[in-house]
Design a protein around this ligand. Sequence first.
Ligand SMILES: Cc1ncc(COP(=O)(O)O)c(C=O)c1O
Length: 329
Amino acid sequence: MFPFSHLPRIPLTHLPTPIEPLSGLSKHLGGPSILVKRDDLTSLAMGGNKTRKLEFLLADAVEQGADTVITSGGSQSNHCRLTAAAATRLGLKCELVFGGEQPVDMPNGNLFLDQLFGATVHWSEPELRNETVKKVAISLRTRGRTPYVIPIGGSNGIGAVGYVAAMYEFQEQLASMGQKVDHIIFATSSGGTHVGLQLGARLTGFQGQILGLSIDQTKTGKFPPKLADVANETAERLQVNEQFEPDDFTMNTDYLGSGYGVVGDLERETITLAARCDGLLVGPVYTGRALGGLIDLIRRGTFHQDETVLFWHTGGIPALFAYVNEVSA
Ligand SMILES: Cc1ncc(COP(=O)(O)O)c(C=O)c1O
């Protein structure tokens, strides 16, 4: 059991999410054994990893007396969709700041759902997104509202607690199944999932490898120090004596393709293969790329035949409907 029950948390989904075998894919690739942890099945608004973070972030928002949450991302952000849905459920207003141009076509995928959940949408130059978030917050305050800003991807020391809790949940499931997992593989981008799993692994004594497959981050630059900073902030919040350095996080950056949100052969083949081998949906931006990386690593013989690899599915399915042309190409 997650031993930090003193932290404010608002349940937004049914847990635990299932662990299932990907027998079809495993057979297709000729081994090793592949499992999937179905965080695409977190029950709120078509699922995904952000719901676990939002349970802690929105509890903090409510505790601080907020009446509005503001967050930001790309126009097909799963994080924004789930924030909009969760805010609605809790009676909070939601303002979303998207980097980029407002699409001229009818909104689809996540953007369609954001509007369905009643979020107010703002558009900004990508590099001015944080500035726009600040301006929206100031404007709300001058109108007597109390905004709470959630950072991109919900990746701070509050949100990452959701994935520390997920690691406790996972370890309990493995124990009850009598199952050993040697490698956990997942999509990493703003880092909160990676931080939570890594800290959770330390706290629960998970012995396997935790490997983030990068969607858009490189190994040089600000990202590895950010992971360490958020991990240290999270450890502080949990009041556990753990210290992290950038090197404590294992990340693969070989599958960045032509950039964030650009579907290539890797994602196309993976989305189709997962659908046809196991009836499993993966998204075009995050999970299609990460599972594609995992498949490539398996084909290169990275894992032993007798090992068990677990793909931690972080969701992103609604974006498929905004990428019909690219996926079908
Ligand atoms: C479907 C999906 N998977 C993975 C990620 C990456 O998670 P994190 O931002 O915690 O690194 C995201 C982030 O938006 C996502 O939407």
